[in-house]
Design a protein around this ligand. Structure first.
Ligand code: SF4
Length: 457
């Protein structure tokens, strides 16, 4: 392993996962195990499944493992609920040495029955962690027994941290939810109906999107999973359509529902003006209803007439500034590239933890020459790119934030920790405001940016 900068990878073994547009024909390796020693930005399988499922607000979420695995609590990732808030409580079986030696099925059974008696959830999800995969506790059997005794669905989530990357956790979550779908009564559901998949209601975003669909005349059957309810998910197979945001997290569920129940699905994005509008139009086209299409056009017109005049001042200030993007799913990155373009900014780096070949091809197609495209990156690499490209703002999540601040670069949180709604037309305005605030902040006079150009000068 050798360490280099400028046009050469920090870790030579990762060369295939980094592409500089315009320097060579497009080719990208992805969806592979992280390089040992490179400290990937990726989270584990368990974390992937927990991110997807925990916004289901009236379910019990029990982490079967050592206490440390349960660190991803509501306090770190704040999916909002309009009703019950059981998801805000974090439960763990807190496995100790003796449990590892003798097995912990009895402890799990006791924890589950006690918690169900105390909180009366609509369902329970039981997450398997690394050590449970090693000691071989039979989660399936314990969950079945408790489900029979308590009369609610108790669902094992096979999310042992070591069994793949975060994407395997998404799949484990989808497998668990799929056992719920199809168990509820679908009578009374409108033919013009859909489920919202892959939105986690951060800062109340799903409420913005639900309002748009309501204005279009569409019934939303189930939120999967932001502000989610167990009973809604049980009858989700009665909806005509699944709209799927964040291609990685819930696409497997959409595919399983299409195969078993014939529920069509559409990939959408609610970030940025272009993608938000196109998502609504795509849904209206699906229902093939001229009146709905007219209502959609009116909705977009109304929203843009408010948004565009207010965006102008940000566009003037931000024109020509440079942005870097590193997010979990690549689908979000597509919208961010377009959103920065609308602000007149240049995207010089874009990457994701879990992108596929098709995702990176699309990123390649929509970015400018010179843009660095990267899969499954790490702090050393990201720091090197930020310094090389002399960026004004870095968009990422909790693990990217300190990288930006240490380099004197503005930061925008676009992950599950954020408190600002960035979806919808109003979200584009919030995004522009946030980008403006951080890029133009006077604080950078006291924290000079570290860049390769600066180091030479
Ligand atoms: S990698 Fe394993 S031990 Fe670590 S948090 Fe994930 S499940 Fe727990």
């Amino acid at each position: 392993m050798r360490i280099k900068t400028m046009s050469e990878p920090v870790f030579s073994e990762r060369a295939g996962q980094i592409h500089r547009k315009g320097e060579a024909p497009f080719a990208m390796e992805c969806n592979k195990d992280s390089l040992a020693g490179a400290v990937s930005q990726r989270a584990c399988v368990f974390c992937g499944s927990r991110v997807v499922l925990y916004p289901i607000a009236d379910a019990l979420h029990l982490v079967h493992g050592p206490i440390g695995c349960a660190a991803y609590t509501w306090d770190i990732r704040g999916a909002l609920s309009s009703g019950p808030e059981l998801h805000r409580l974090s439960f763990s079986t807190d496995l100790q040495e003796m449990d590892v030696i003798f097995g912990a099925e009895t402890k799990l059974y006791r924890a589950l029955t006690e918690l169900i008696d105390r909180h009366h959830p609509k369902a329970a999800f039981v997450y398997s962690t690394c050590i449970v995969g090693i000691i071989g506790d039979d989660l399936e059997a314990v969950c079945r027994k408790v489900s029979d005794e308590k009369g609610i669905p108790v669902l094992p989530v096979q999310s042992e941290g070591f069994k793949g990357n975060k994407r395997a956790g998404y799949n484990a979550a989808c497998q668990a939810m799929f056992r719920l779908v199809g168990t509820g009564d679908t009578s009374g559901i409108s033919k013009k109906s859909l489920n919202i998949l892959g939105d986690f209601n951060l800062a109340g975003e799903i409420w913005i999107i639900r309002d748009y669909f309501k204005r279009m005349g569409i019934e939303v059957v189930a939120n999967i999973t932001g502000d989610g309810r167990v009973d809604d998910i049980r009858r989700a197979h009665g909806a005509a359509l699944n709209v799927v945001q964040c291609s990685g997290a819930t696409m497997d569920l959409a595919k399983m529902m299409e195969e078993k129940y014939g529920t069509a699905h559409l990939r959408v994005s609610y970030f940025g003006v272009e993608d938000m509008a196109e998502s609504l139009y795509a849904v209206a086209r699906f229902f093939n209803d001229p009146e709905m299409m007219e209502r959609t056009r009116e909705l977009v017109r109304e929203e843009l007439s408010v948004l565009y005049p207010r965006l102008r001042e940000f566009q003037q200030a931000l024109a020509g500034k440079k942005a870097a993007i590193y997010v979990g799913g690549a689908f979000k990155a597509f919208s961010l590239v377009k959103a920065f373009r609308l602000l007149g900014m240049q995207v010089v780096l874009v990457g994701s933890q879990t992108g596929t070949q098709e995702d990176y091809q699309e990123l390649h197609d929509i970015t400018d020459d010179g843009t660095i495209i990267v899969d499954d990156s790490n702090p050393l690499e990201l720091s090197s790119f930020l310094k090389e490209q002399d960026v004004d703002i870095f968009v990422g999540g909790v693990k990217e934030r300190p990288i930006a601040f240490k380099l004197g670069v503005g930061f925008c949180d676009h992950n599950h920790e954020r408190k600002e709604a960035l979806e919808g037309f109003v979200g584009m305005l919030n995004f522009a405001q946030e980008v403006y605030n951080t890029v133009m902040s006077p604080v950078w006079r006291f924290v000079p940016r570290k860049s390769e150009a600066g180091a030479k000068g």
